[in-house]
Write a protein that binds this ligand. Sequence first.
Ligand code: AMP
Ligand code: MG
Length: 344
Amino acid sequence: MTIILGLESSCDETAAAIVRSDRTVLSHALAGQEDHHRAFGGVVPEIAARAHSELMMPLVETALADAGMTLDDVDAIAATAGPGLIGGVMVGLVTAKALAMAAGKPLIAVNHLEGHALSPRLVDADLDFPYLLLLVSGGHCQLLRVNGVGYYDRLATTIDDAVGEAFDKTAKILGLGFPGGPAVERAAQNGDAKNVPLPRPLKGADEPHFSFAGLKSAVVRAHDTGQYRIEDIAASFQQAVVECLADRLTYTLDRIDPPGALVVAGGVAANMQIRGMLESLAEKRGMRFVAPPLWLCTDNGAMIAWAGAERFAAGHTDGLDFVARPRWPLDPDAAPARGAGVKA
Ligand code: AMP
Ligand code: MG
């Protein structure tokens, strides 16, 4: 059995966790930075990087103390090495390098997206490769076939905004605050999804990809008319997102030999209406539906430690010269989507 310390700092969560290869989370410490960024209505990269550098070492100490361990008890040190806001990624990676060097332990450079992609396996020992993964976060919206550790086929991606980004921008337009996803979901509970006519971008299109930018612009226009309740716009927006995701997923499922499980990961996986849609879609297709618990959906250290454990078991460690990567696709061979270069 191996014990991995994992560090996460790619966006606005600073986190450190200790995970054992038998799927036991020995500790996980996390600090959000909402208060640092709220005034700006979004994550400010420079502020995030500075906050990570203040928070990371105390969180590592907390994670070790909570697990009743010292660095000597850890077998390897994993850290998000990209993709993400590069200042923050560098803080976590350099911290991991320093700890690895001081303790004489191997370093594992983890792709943050692989952290999300493998996180369901931390809580579900029966989730075998391959599985279909909908990765929906603040920076990404991708449909992937997860074939194994390090082996991904990207089947679809967004040609413009990520889903979480659309939620965050909608929240900002509607004055619902930050972070946006949970705020929109809360407001939507008191709204009528039929009251505001909004488009379903790419619905029915003969291509697998996603698009959300037009939906966001339509939210701006609907809000500007002054004739709709905020709650109704939120509910109508969320309904449009759910229908777009369902339509795009159905397009791909109709054209592949679907693996046994449909898995959702990333911060937007916290959304109950999206989960519900995915669950019924999976059921209709005879697929198992797997969604990690909410704490594991948003950015955290345990998913990085777990991805580290999976990589370590597969024999992958990295040199101390590993350079942080602002962009790091899971499937570098994927054909570029229309409008590629933006969020591919
Ligand atoms: P991540 O990028 O994985 O850290 O996830 C953060 C993103 O998930 C942000 O864009 C949030 O707005 C979004 N998010 C979090 N909770 C929800 C929710 N309940 N509904 C929709 N989006 C959410
Ligand atoms: Mg993330």
